[in-house]
Design a protein. Structure first.
Length: 447
C-alpha cells in the first residue's frame, strides 16, 4: 500500500510535466511522420546495386518458321532471360503500359523497354535475305523495326541512354545469331552441303548454324541460376502520409524503442527536483525500506513506458496504417520487457545525476549514443554493416528491435524462439540496471 501511495505521487508529477508528454508521445509521432513522408518506397528493404531494366511485355508470340508444329516463339522471353543473366543487371516486369508510362512521367523510372504485340513475329522474320525484316542499322538494332520501343524520361537522359545501350547489346546477342543461322541454312539449301561445310571450315571458332549467341560463339549455355526477374508492385501506401507503406513497419518500432529510453530524462529531472527539495531525504526518514522506496519509484516509470509503447503502436496502426503482424499478441511481452529495461536505465541515470544539467547532458548523450549504436536512429538495423549489427547487441535497443522486426516486418510467421530470447535479454538488461541503481542510489544527498 505504501509503495502504491508513493507511486501515485510520482505518477501525478510525471503526468503534470508537459515536457514528459512531449518527449514521450508527441516527438516519436513527429519523427515517424517526417521520415515516412521523406523516405523512398524501397526503405527497409535490402538494397540492390544492380542496374534495373524495366520492361513491359505485350508480345503475342509467333509460330516457329522452322517447325510449324512446335510451340510459338516468344522472343521477348529470350531477351528477358538474356538481360537477367547479364552481370550487374536486374530485370523488373511492369504489368501494363499505362503503369510504365506513369512511372516514367513521374521520374520514378528513367526508361522502360516495351515489347509490342508483333515483337516475336518481327524477330522471327529478321533476315539478311530479300523479303525478310532487316533490323540492322548504323547504331545497332533498329528497335522500332522489331516493334520494340523505349519509353524515356526526358529529365534523365544519361540513365535512359545507359538502359538503351544495355538493350541494344542484348538485342544484338539475340537477333544477330538468329539471322546468321538462318542465312547459313539457306546457303546449304541453295548451294549444297559442300559449300556449307567449306564455310564452316573457314570459321572453325564459330558454329554458323547456331541461332543463339552461345551456340554461335561455341560458348557453354548459361543456366537460369541467378537470372531472377522481379515483378513491379506499386507502392502500398496511400494518401498524404503514405498510409500502409512498408516503411512504417520499420520506422514505428524503431522510434517506439528509441523514445522508450527517453524516460532517462524525465525520471532524472524528477529525481533531481525531489533531491533538491529534500523529498528523498524525508522519504528515507519515513517508515519505508530502501526496497519499498525503489519499488515506488520504479512503478510509475514502468507504467509511463508501458502506456507510451501501447499508445505508439495504436497510433501507428490508426495514423500510418501499420500492420500488427500475424501474431499481434506477442507485441505485449515485447512492450513490457522493453519498458522494464527502459525503466531500469532511467532509474540508474537518475541515481547518478545530481543536477538538471547533468541529466540533460549525460542523459541525452547516453540516449542518442545507444540509439545510434543499436540502429534506432537510422530507422532500420539492416542498413548497418554486419559487424555493427553484431556489436549493437550489447544494447537493449537492438534486442527490442529484433523482436519487433520479427513481429511487424516479417510477411510470414514470426520466429517465436527469437522473440522469446529477445524478451529474456531485455529482462536481463532491466535487472542489471536496477541492481546498479540500487547500489548507487543515495536518498539524502543534496545537489
Amino acid at each position: 500500500m505504501l509503495i502504491w501511495t508513493l507511486a501515485k505521487k510520482d505518477l501525478r508529477l510525471l503526468l503534470r510535466d508537459p515536457r514528459a508528454m512531449v518527449v514521450l508521445l508527441a516527438m516519436p509521432l513527429i519523427f515517424i511522420m517526417v521520415l515516412g513522408l521523406s523516405l523512398g518506397e524501397g526503405f527497409g528493404q535490402k538494397p540492390d546495386d544492380r542496374l534495373r531494366i524495366s520492361i513491359v511485355d505485350m508480345d503475342q508470340g509467333f509460330p516457329d518458321p522452322d517447325n510449324d508444329d512446335g510451340p510459338r516463339l516468344e522472343w521477348s522471353k529470350t531477351v528477358e532471360r538474356d538481360l537477367a543473366q547479364t552481370a550487374g543487371i536486374r530485370v523488373e516486369v511492369i504489368p501494363t503500359l499505362a503503369e510504365a508510362e506513369e512511372l516514367v512521367r513521374n521520374s520514378k523510372r528513367a526508361a522502360v523497354l516495351v515489347f509490342g504485340p508483333k515483337f516475336s513475329e518481327q524477330v522471327s522474320r529478321s533476315s539478311f535475305l530479300r523479303g525478310g525484316v532487316n533490323p540492322l542499322f548504323r547504331d545497332g538494332i533498329n528497335l522500332e523495326e522489331l516493334d520494340l520501343r523505349l519509353v524515356r524520361d526526358p529529365t534523365q537522359l544519361t540513365a535512359s541512354s545507359i538502359i538503351e545501350q544495355v538493350g541494344q547489346v542484348t538485342m544484338l546477342r539475340v537477333v544477330l545469331p538468329w539471322m546468321i543461322g538462318r542465312a547459313f541454312e539457306r546457303i546449304g539449301d541453295r548451294l549444297g552441303n559442300i559449300m556449307q561445310r567449306a564455310l564452316q571450315q573457314m570459321f572453325p571458332s564459330y558454329d554458323l548454324t547456331g541461332k543463339t549467341w552461345a551456340a554461335l560463339t561455341r560458348a557453354p549455355e548459361r543456366s537460369n541460376d541467378g537470372a531472377e526477374v522481379t515483378h513491379y508492385e506499386p507502392p502500398s501506401g496511400s494518401g498524404a502520409l503514405n498510409r500502409g507503406a512498408y516503411r512504417y513497419q520499420v520506422l514505428v518500432p524503431s522510434y517506439i524503442v528509441m523514445f522508450a529510453y527517453f524516460l532517462v530524462l524525465t525520471v532524472g529531472w524528477l529525481f533531481v527536483a525531489e533531491r533538491r527539495q529534500g523529498t528523498l531525504k524525508r522519504l528515507r526518514a519515513a517508515p519505508l525500506s530502501h526496497t519499498e522506496i525503489l519499488a515506488g519509484k520504479l512503478l510509475p516509470c514502468f507504467l509511463m513506458s508501458l502506456a507510451q509503447g501501447v499508445f505508439l503502436l495504436v497510433a501507428g496502426k490508426l495514423l500510418f496504417g501499420m500492420s500488427w503482424g500475424a501474431q499481434p499478441w506477442w507485441l505485449l511481452p515485447v512492450v513490457v520487457t522493453t519498458s522494464l529495461s527502459a525503466m531500469g536505465l532511467a532509474l540508474l541515470v537518475a541515481s547518478l545525476a545530481r543536477t538538471e544539467a547533468q541529466v540533460a547532458i549525460y542523459g541525452t548523450l547516453l540516449v542518442l549514443v545507444l540509439a545510434g549504436l543499436s540502429g534506432c536512429l537510422m530507422g532500420d538495423r539492416e542498413l548497418m554493416p554486419e559487424n555493427m549489427q553484431r556489436i549493437s547487441l550489447i544494447t537493449p535497443h537492438a534486442w527490442a528491435l529484433l523482436a519487433y522486426k520479427q513481429l511487424l516486418a516479417n510477411p510470414g510467421e514470426p520466429n517465436v524462439e527469437l522473440i522469446a530470447q529477445a524478451c529474456g535479454m531485455l529482462v536481463v538488461f532491466a535487472l542489471g540496471f536496477i541492481l546498479l541503481a540500487w547500489s548507487f542510489l543515495r536518498l539524502d544527498d543534496h545537489a
